[in-house]
Design a protein around this ligand. Structure first.
Ligand code: SF4
Length: 243
């Protein structure tokens, strides 16, 4: 196991205590719909994907049903998601490939997954971890930032961070590591202002700015209330559009 300056066992123990069973936020009903949801989520929020896939998966939850919709039919369901035309093409093509090469099932191995249209390493990692329980870690923007900021897995590229994370993560935490990290990066260790004052792993994090960058809650914004009724009326007028 490579040396890291972070107490990795404690790092995960604290995350696990805060969220014993972390859950990803993409909605799906089987392994195939998980794969489709992850493909659709590239450069889009989970919320926007869930909104589009809720009615879609009700009528099409298998490769054959998606294929029957056709590219135009599928596009109608997912047009609120960015890059939907390319994604529709990919989802139709991957459905066809699953039927032709894998008996309509999602294959449980990386090579076969990455050979599917629109499926890269990150998507394969999510499917392998979430559907097949593999100890993979898909490094997105949140995990990339967290790996570097905390010092647990510094790296210049997502692949470098992924490889380090896989190496340093103790086996007994590997199953949930991906979701602990992604949720922590998304909701606590945010890009612009990490919320160190409520961070469960602050004691092991190596981020230098944690003492000055938010170990305390930011001061509440004060609203200065005009003292006289004339001043209050003036302030109201200045807030009225066109006033
Ligand atoms: S202490 Fe701050 S920088 Fe470190 S992981 Fe927590 S939120 Fe992120």
């Amino acid at each position: 196991m490579p040396k890291t300056r972070v107490d990795v066992e404690r790092f995960y123990k604290l995350l696990a205590e805060a969220t014993p069973i972390p859950k990803g936020e993409l909605e799906f009903i089987n392994t195939f719909t998980l794969l489709v949801a992850v493909v659709l989520s590239a450069q889009a929020t989970d919320v926007s994907v869930n909104k589009a896939t809720e009615p879609l998966f009700k009528i099409a939850d298998t490769p054959a049903k998606i294929l029957a919709l056709g590219e135009e039919g599928l596009s109608r369901y997912i047009k609120s998601i960015g890059l939907y035309r390319t994604k529709a093409k990919n989802v139709i093509a991957l459905s066809r490939q699953l039927i032709e090469k894998h008996g309509g099932e999602v294959p449980p191995d990386r090579e076969a997954l990455e050979a599917l249209p629109g499926v890269g390493r990150k998507t394969a990692n999510v499917v392998l971890n979430t559907a097949f329980g593999e100890p993979t870690i898909a490094v997105d923007t949140h995990i990339f930032r967290l790996g570097n900021r905390t010092g647990i897995a510094p790296g210049k590229t997502p692949r470098e961070v992924e490889d380090k994370l896989v190496k340093v993560t103790p086996a007994h935490y590997a199953r949930h590591a991906h979701h602990w990290l992604i949720l922590h990066g998304r909701y606590v260790c945010k890009a612009r202002r990490p919320e160190c004052w409520r961070c469960p792993i602050a004691e092991v994090c190596r981020f230098k700015g944690k003492e000055i960058g938010g170990i305390e809650p930011p001061p509440a914004k004060k609203t200065v209330r005009p003292s006289s009724s004339r001043a209050r009326a003036k302030a109201r007028r200045s807030r009225t559009p066109g006033a």
